[in-house]
Design a protein around this ligand. Structure first.
Ligand code: DQA
Length: 147
């Protein structure tokens, strides 16, 4: 199986950005761990980060036929990008939404995800572990659904 991990806007600054909320772990470190975890599970993990909505949508489109699952942390796009919602809807690949922070325990505007209803499921609030749990779920889905 193959899993695409997509990180949205500002996640390139992990480790230095709002450390109190997002922690000290860098994106590079998170990606490294996911690739390792994938290896142990016999799944190839490819990671990408973009600050651009359109680029993320292009990546989702391009994943068709190439990946068996997508893990996405859409950053702030989570809360307003109907285009991202539609892109997730448009592809026939299970998409798992991930957040480092508990988006339900912060500002009011973060409580709504417009992407979640299009995704297979959502994991939020566990820091870097959120990604790891999502990859575990993705591996399980691949096993169940084939790929
Ligand atoms: C985030 C939560 C979003 O509200 C925020 O805009 C981010 C990161 C998270 O991983 O907790 O950029 O997606």
């Amino acid at each position: 199986g193959r899993v695409l991990v997509l990180h949205g806007p500002n996640l390139n600054l992990l480790g230095e950005r709002e450390e109190g909320i997002y922690g000290k772990t860098t994106l590079e470190e998170i990606d490294r761990r996911l690739v390792e975890q994938g290896k142990d599970a016999g799944v190839e993990v490819v990671t990408r980060q973009s600050n651009h909505e359109g680029e993320i949508i292009d990546e989702i489109h391009a994943a068709r036929g190439r990946f068996d699952a997508i893990i996405i942390n859409p950053g702030a796009l989570t809360h307003y990008s109907y285009a991202l919602h539609d892109a997730v809807r448009a592809v026939d690949i299970p998409v798992i939404e991930v957040h480092l922070s508990n988006i339900y325990a912060r500002e009011r505007w973060r409580r709504r995800s417009v992407v979640a209803a299009a995704a297979r499921g959502q994991i939020a609030g566990f820091g870097p572990l959120s990604y790891s749990l999502a990859l575990q779920a993705a591996c399980e889905l691949i096993r169940e659904e084939g790929g």
